[in-house]
Design a protein around this ligand. Structure first.
Ligand code: SF4
Length: 488
């Protein structure tokens, strides 16, 4: 057991996550004690202790700038950063290890690079800052810069402030994968309610269309779940609702996540072709049959090859594939084999996710954490090499919370085939109108407002309820809650 005690609440998040990244397998007890002397204190299982006094970081705070000139928020950030750095150095020394993303604990480690790029900084300044201030490795610092440049170019083509993107969620799948982190339900169990869900969804899409009158979406993303679990006529009704209620003439991208190959048929793909869908996803996750069986994906690995060939045959020229590194029982050799099969198909983009350790624990693999760490590291490297061979470049990156070892999820693509919506959802640079159970609308405000707690915000989140039955029953309320904020 590791014990953490921080003097201020604002330190605890980073101290906890950095410690967890070094010790993914250890239980951590954390507390905030405003009366304690030290800013942060740690006790490791072997008995090693760490304690940090205010004087210890004075030098670092002074180098952050003139205290008089810094705003309160900048001072808080500088203090937090200094505490995190000191904890990191202690843990690195104790373990003899470093973390690829250094002290960056957030889910969007490329955000800093993006902000600096927008402020006119060059490659050297950005990578140097990430290295020196946050202990990010040279490789990850360069990756951040590279991705930030691509993101900037792609987002720069859109009308970020005045425009918007549309998300539509279908919360059903053919079966539920055991590692699923979305709230998806098996379609078989909801057969009787799918029509009612679709009706509610169509009502919400129409309402959003009215709210967005006079504006064109930059991107449209139909996701879930698996949208292609809908029957062809249902899919057609959904897509024509989008088409009729939004002006898609200037949309840079229209993605439908076909996702599970066992939901794809020629009839459904033909329906998609009748609409201005530009990009689809067919997600193998792995090409190892034993793993597919183990995680409850009730399809054959060959189904992926067949669905992909069918889609190409029907004219889809932008197909993404998702893979997961670290699925239960898989080794780097399995990933290598999967990647060779993916390369044979050559998708236009490839997204590689690392399976969160907490989910791995669900599969009884918690005892293998350190083995898994090196295995997943190798898998992620193999995927990156494979993307390079396919001439796909990294264009977006995010981390899930609690991924031990600070693994990241990376999207690779040819620049013109990149999933722009993926970047928008990460960078929060545009309003995203979202319809469906569990969908989260993000509204970018024209000017910042203060919350009740006094915090300044320029983005408002309006969440739809996750429960499908509740969503259907409370659809009018879901619509009204957005009206309150949109383009006021
Ligand atoms: S296909 Fe995706 S959304 Fe559906 S159950 Fe599996 S992981 Fe969840």
């Amino acid at each position: 057991m590791i014990k953490i005690a921080c003097k201020k609440n604002k330190f605890i998040y980073n101290v906890y996550h950095i410690t967890k990244a070094f010790f993914p397998n250890e239980e951590i007890e954390q507390k905030v004690d405003e009366k304690q002397e030290s800013l942060a204190a740690l006790r490791l299982p072997g008995g090693s202790c760490f304690s940090l006094a205010s004087e210890d970081i004075r030098g670092e705070l002074e180098s952050a700038g003139d205290a008089e000139a810094l705003t309160q928020e900048q001072l808080i950030q500088a203090e937090k950063r200094a505490v995190t750095r000191r904890v990191y150095c202690f843990l690195a020394e104790e373990t003899g290890r470093t973390l690829a993303w250094g002290t960056l604990t957030g889910v969007r480690p490329t955000k800093l690079a993006m902000q600096m790029l927008e402020a006119g900084k060059n490659c050297e300044e950005i990578t140097g800052f990430l290295r020196d201030e946050y202990f990010v490795t040279e490789e990850k610092a360069k990756l951040s810069y590279e991705i930030a440049c691509r993101e900037k170019e792609l987002i720069g083509r859109l009308n970020c402030q005045g425009g918007f993107s549309l998300y539509v969620g279908i919360p059903f799948c053919p079966s539920v994968c055991s590692y699923c982190s979305f709230s998806s339900s098996p379609i078989g169990e909801w057969k009787d309610r799918v029509e009612a869900y679709l009706e509610a969804l169509i009502k919400e899409i129409r309402a959003l269309g009215k709210m967005a009158a006079g504006r064109c979406p930059d991107t449209v993303y139909i996701g879930g779940g698996t949208p292609t679990t809908l029957e062809p006529d249902q899919l057609a009704r959904l897509l024509s609702t989008v088409d009729e209620n939004f002006d898609l003439s200037r949309a840079a991208e229209f993605t439908v996540e076909a996702g599970r190959p066992d939901s794809i048929t020629e009839e459904k793909l033909s329906v998609l072709r009748r609409f201005p869908v530009t990009r689809i996803s067919i997600n193998p996750q792995t090409m190892q049959q034993k793993t597919l069986d183990r995680v409850g994906r009730k399809h054959r690995a060959e189904d992926v090859v067949e669905a992909y060939a069918l889609a190409r045959c029907l004219g889809f020229d932008n197909i993404n594939m998702d893979l997961i590194a670290g699925l239960p029982g898989e080794t780097a050799a399995d990933m290598e084999d999967t990647l060779s099969k993916i390369e044979a198909m050559h998708p236009d983009s490839l997204t590689v996710h690392a399976l969160a350790i907490k989910r791995a624990a669900k599969f009884g693999q918690e005892g293998r954490t350190m083995d898994m760490h090196s295995e997943i590291t190798r898998m992620v490297e193999l995927a990156s090499e494979s993307a390079q061979r396919m001439e796909l470049k990294p264009y977006y990156l995010y981390r899930q919370k609690n991924i031990a070892g600070n693994f990241e999820n990376v999207g690779y693509a040819e620049l013109e085939k990149a999933g722009i919506y993926n970047i928008l959802i990460m960078e929060e640079k545009q309003t995203i109108l979202a319809a469906g159970a569990g969908a989260s609308t993000k509204i970018l405000l024209d000017s910042p407002i203060r919350t009740e707690s006094g915090k300044k915000i320029d983005l408002v989140h309006v969440e739809n309820v996750k429960n499908i039955t509740e969503y259907i029953q409370r659809i009018d309320e879901m619509i009204e809650r957005k009206e309150e904020w949109l383009w006021r």
